[in-house]
Design a protein around this ligand. Structure first.
Ligand code: HEM
Ligand code: FES
Length: 762
């Protein structure tokens, strides 16, 4: 039983029940096809395909995280069952594909993964970079004077294929044959071949299987003869000799077949998607050509925006809840990562390509958790080198007019051809032949978030109130800045290296960004620097936008409370609620009217109630909370004492939700990194780590190679939060509310610590 229980009325909409990933909408744009689901039906049962579909970021991540409840056993299952004729072909040819790594359950999977991990260490991967560079150059040399190319045909297929074979150590006799085999494998696993096509596909797959067997036999003989042969497949053969129960014979054969596809089609299609996107967004392509340091961030953003692995599968081993929906034991799940990667709850302005987005690396294109793609850093390396070579040698390249076509299937996605053209007389190396041999190297791994910075210009700087400067920022190229959601902020990077967060006041889609900065004479100097330097025409380095202070737009009622300069995010929220036509209460408190920025907008646009302590009209928070209708969502930004008082009051009203943000402060955050030593057990990645007295948990997790987002690193924003399964937390942040602390199920890793041992959900 893996469908919803019979007899009850089906809770899913007709659109959901008839959802078909082979239909034109999904095949054309999977993320768009699931917008309805992200918006209102995040987990649903598709009768058309017999799968539970999961479309929101957090829900997909939760499924990936728990590979015991959500087994990967069906990850490579044929989504379209074989016809009897196709089965006959497979049987006749002795086809015996079984579990590999990606669809193996614990504890076998982790034992294998650990035994095979060394080849993926950053130092080991870095050694492959010159080989990748050489292959891309050869392809570039072949096309540079042609002025037009189908990049898929001329480069993007062959390079990842050859890299994969070299990495694996697999000798390549016949690229074209292998290419046709791997297309058959993709259609066989994720496609919907017609009954007639099924036989041809089965023949291709069976030939692929037997070919892999022959190559494997030759490679095994070399290992047994003691030859000094290198490559990941040889590592596996050696492990097979040492631990035959874990790295079994059938595993070797199955892996050989699966890895050829895993290692090359994924990267070929991801590169084609990335170049298509970057050449479509000309301003961003130009930025890369001008500053190749942006390439790793661009690669990551393309993997998020238009990844090559758009959906992946799991099967439940017991009844399990996902996004509030119970999926029965044996339920087949389709996680649509392309949809999760466009979830506005996690990514600001998610449908827009933005190479300056600094949380792109949170994307789900490589999966997540115990099975997360082992080859992700090879894929990233290849994509970065391909983009670097093309942008340096033919920066004037353009997309030709074309209709893009895709191999019909549910998982692997990228155009079958990518036609481009350029004027060869403009090739820069005709003027400067040394250009051909230049290069830029990138560190192995995900881009460093802190290094992803936009250079913006101050378009306007106007006093808004006593000590408050209103600043408007624009892109110097004139390109509109991305829109953002109410409550978002940006980080201004200060010259000495630190940064300060400032909420964006809106309007949210004006193409420029507006902030308001209160000068704090007693602070650490950030606000003074802003007041002194942010003159019209000045350049500022900016990260973001990020949003850790989101409105629950569906709440029954909203109460907005701003204290002093805390008005900035609250104003954007009021604009948003008004645009949605929602009723809300708006309270704005300050010491004097002269010191309250945006007073006119608050009162004229939103009829805010003013509470001015200097005039004896201080806000009565107790009365305000008391009168709040049940189900209200309270959003508050202001000084600590206001927020602490609200937190205490709301703790007595469990029917209300409070979300707050401390406004940007110049106060010193103190030494947040140090405290008592403690240790952590990381449940998903199977690591045990010690956090010494002089380091933060965030620093220790990162040093162990775990990708944890962060923003303020002062316990203010909540972006570094991780779930806690067990253990006691010493909370030092200013993000979590009293009831969240009491629940004890999360930790803000940049500043909070454990008492003794913690078990973390990472
Ligand atoms: C697993 C995507 C490149 C080797 C996976 C998974 C995805 C994926 C979605 C399943 C993750 C999960 O279940 O959580 C991609 C994409 C790539 C890429 C989008 C390129 C852009 C590569 C390369 C290699 C590779 C180049 C090898 C050289 C693997 C392996 C696994 C895997 C061995 C199984 C890991 C395990 O189950 O423990 N990949 N992949 N991948 N990938 Fe990749
Ligand atoms: Fe902002 Fe930790 S990074 S709270």
């Amino acid at each position: 039983m893996n469908a919803p229980a019979k007899g009850k009325s089906c809770p899913f909409s007709a659109q959901a029940r008839s959802f078909d990933p082979f239909g034109p909408a999904y095949q054309q744009d999977p993320s768009e096809a699931l917008r309805f689901s992200r918006d209102s039906e995040p987990v649903f049962y598709s009768e058309a395909m017999g799968y539970w579909v999961v479309s929101r970021y957090d829900d997909i991540k939760a499924v990936f995280r728990d590979n015991i409840t959500f087994s990967p056993a069906n990850a490579l299952e044929k989504i379209t069952p074989a016809t009897p004729e196709a089965m006959d072909v497979l049987k006749r040819e002795g086809y015996g594909m079984n579990r590999t790594l990606v669809n193996e359950d614990e504890p076998v999977h982790m034992a294998r993964r650990r035994a095979l991990l060394d080849a993926f260490a950053p130092e080991a991967l870095a050694e492959h970079a010159p080989m990748v560079r050489r292959l891309v150059r050869e392809k570039m040399d072949a096309i540079i004077d042609r002025g037009q190319s189908d990049l898929v045909e001329d480069m993007l297929w062959d390079v990842p294929f050859t890299v994969a074979m070299q990495f694996l150590g697999v000798p390549v006799d016949d690229i074209d044959r292998l290419r046709s085999f791997s297309v058959a494998h993709t259609v066989n696993t994720w496609g919907r071949p017609t009954p007639e096509q099924q036989v041809a596909v089965a023949e291709g797959v069976a030939k692929f299987w037997n070919y892999c067997g022959e190559v494997l036999a030759r490679m095994s003989a070399q290992v047994d003869a003691g030859e000094d042969v290198q490559g990941w497949m040889y590592d596996m053969i050696r492990q097979n000799r040492v631990m035959p129960d874990i790295v079994t014979d059938n595993y070797l054969h199955s892996m050989m077949m699966a890895i050829i596809v895993a290692a090359h089609e994924t990267t070929a299609l991801a590169s084609a998607n990335a170049l298509r996107q970057l050449l479509t967004h000309r301003h961003q392509w130009q930025a890369i050509c001008d500053d190749p340091a942006l390439i790793p961030a661009a690669v990551e953003e393309c993997l998020r925006h238009s990844g090559s692995m758009v959906a992946w599968r799991r099967i439940t081993t017991k009844d399990a809840e996902v996004g509030g929906v119970t999926i029965p034991k044996g339920g087949r799940i389709l996680m649509v990562m392309a949809s999760g990667n466009h979830d506005p709850r996690h990514f600001e302005n998610p449908d827009q390509l933005d190479i300056w987005r600094d949380n792109s690396a949170d994307h789900l294109t490589f999966g997540y958790g115990a099975h997360q793609c082992m080859g992700k850093n090879i894929g990233r390396m290849e994509m970065a080198i391909i983009i670097e070579e093309i942008s340096r040698r033919i920066p004037h390249i353009e997309l030709a007019d074309q209709d893009f076509t895709y191999l019909p299937n549910i998982s692997l996605r990228g155009p079958e051809a990518l036609h481009v053209r350029w004027d060869v007389t403009q090739n820069p190396e005709r003027r400067d032949p040394t250009l051909r041999d230049q290069r830029r190297d990138f560190p192995v791994g995900a881009p460093d978030r802190k290094a992803i910075v936009r250079q913006l210009t101050v378009a306007d700087a106007t006093p808004l109130a006593d000590g408050v400067l209103g600043i408007t920022l624009q892109d110097p190229s004139g390109a509109p800045l991305p829109s953002f959601s109410a409550g978002a902020h940006i980080d201004i990077v200060l010259p000495e290296g630190g940064s300060r967060n400032y909420s964006l006041c809106g309007p949210v889609d004006s193409g420029d960004w507006r902030i308001a900065v209160l000068r704090d004479e007693a602070g650490r100097g950030g606000s003074k620097w802003m007041h002194d330097h942010a003159k019209p025409g000045a350049a500022l380095r900016v990260r973001g936008p990020h949003n850790h202070f989101r409105l629950d737009e569906d709440a029954a009622h909203h109460i907005l409370i701003a204290g002093g300069i805390g008005i900035t995010p609250i104003l954007a929220m009021a604009d948003r609620l008004r645009a949605l036509g929602r009723d809300f209460d708006f309270h704005y408190a300050g010491a004097t009217r002269a010191g309250m920025a945006y007073l006119d907008r608050a009162t004229d646009d939103h009829a805010a109630s003013l509470h001015v302590s200097g005039e004896g009209t201080r806000a009565d928070l107790a009365a305000l909370v008391d009168a709040a209708p049940s189900g209200s969502f309270i959003a508050a930004c202001g000084p600590s004492r206001l927020l602490e008082a609200l937190d205490e009051l709301v703790a007595k009203r469990p029917d209300l939700t409070l979300r707050f943000e401390h406004f940007s402060t110049d106060e010193s955050a103190g030494d947040l990194a140090s405290g008592q030593p403690f240790s952590v057990e990381c449940a998903d990645s199977d690591l045990v780590l010690d956090v010494p007295e002089d380091r933060s948990l965030l620093q220790v997790l990162r040093a162990a190679g775990l990708d944890v987002p962060s923003d303020c690193e002062e316990g203010l924003c909540g972006s570094c939060e991780i779930g806690v399964e067990r253990g006691e937390v010493e909370h030092r942040d200013r993000v979590l509310t009293g009831s969240e602390r009491e629940a004890g199920d999360r930790i803000i890793t940049c500043c909070s610590r454990g008492r003794g041992k913690l078990k973390l959900k990472i």
